[in-house]
Design a protein around this ligand. Sequence first.
Ligand SMILES: Nc1nc2c(ncn2[C@@H]2O[C@H](COP(=O)(O)OP(=O)(O)OP(=O)(O)O)[C@@H](O)[C@H]2O)c(=O)[nH]1
Length: 351
Amino acid sequence: MIAKKWWDNFLERSPGYNIEEKRRKLVFYVASYAGGLITLFFSSQHISTQSFSPQLLFLGLLILLNVILSHFVNKKQPFFYTAGLLNGGLMLYLTISGGYNNTGLFWIFPLPIASFILLGYWIGLIFNSILYLLVSLLLLNPDYIQASYSSDDTSRFLASLFTTILLASIGEYFRYRSQTELTEINLERQRQANTDPLTHLPNRRFLETVYLPRLHNQEEQSFPVTCVVMDIDHFKQVNDKHGHDIGDKVLKHIAHLLTQHIRQTDVVVRTGGEEFLVIFPKADLSIGFKLSEKLRQTVEVSPFVMEGTTLDITCSFGVSTALTSDEINAAFKQADDKLYQAKRAGRNCVC
Ligand SMILES: Nc1nc2c(ncn2[C@@H]2O[C@H](COP(=O)(O)OP(=O)(O)OP(=O)(O)O)[C@@H](O)[C@H]2O)c(=O)[nH]1
């Protein structure tokens, strides 16, 4: 549980989301360029005739402008939403005007499918349902529209549009669910690979592949970083006297104490057998020293109690501070040296 809660700060859901983002981007580009150009083509064909529609030309230009502008901005989400809205506008326009020779309704079918992909399942479902209602109201009240459709055409169109939206929504729903499940499975695998199975603390792999690269990227917010290497004193005697099972429980007890007494931004890693690494970001040497001393006292006054067994446990600590990310490995090494100094100085102390 400790690691799970903790993991929330470091979750990498991005692989799944990146694939989804790519899919949406691709559909957005194809739908916008193809849709925009087709709209412009049809409206320009009638530019010098009575059937010319400035609204269609305007919608086509807006669709193209939206997709062109999106190339200059990193965050594409607002452009997806705008494209979805323009889709809706085109749907209503085609219903009302009837397009060329009342053939506008044929062009409506691809639009709800694109809207689902652009807006995501839930927003797409609400958006398409509202549009379907509006289109139905317009078609059932011919006074509100310029086009004239036969009642047979209207009812068949509404039935087939309903089927299209239903099928698109079922397809999108199951795609959305399987993508969410795959993302969760991927996340759980990452969590397992980066967690020590005994204490549920992050492990050395996490430190090297997830935490340190992040520290490197967030240099300004994180440094100075104080690194504390700590080791349980005479742990071999615990194993020898009370057995390996009790030894394991003592390790869990220490892991629990450590995680309970650090800040949300600090990290405890089980780096080896009975050795832990605590990292205090935004803490200089004097703060790091005080925090380590607090941890040392906490361990000292919290004996391990189980099934009538009470064991006084102590730990030794080596502390060192890195001012920049280039110094972090040297700080680990120095903290390690300081730990041995603490052991030589009689244990249960901070060096
Ligand atoms: N129960 C248990 N013991 C472990 C585990 N990993 C390492 N150990 C034991 O930890 C002990 C470490 O012993 P030493 O390195 O001699 O250190 P120490 O007895 O703590 O002595 P000092 O560190 O000098 O105070 C060894 O007996 C290992 O078998 C583990 O996962 N579970």
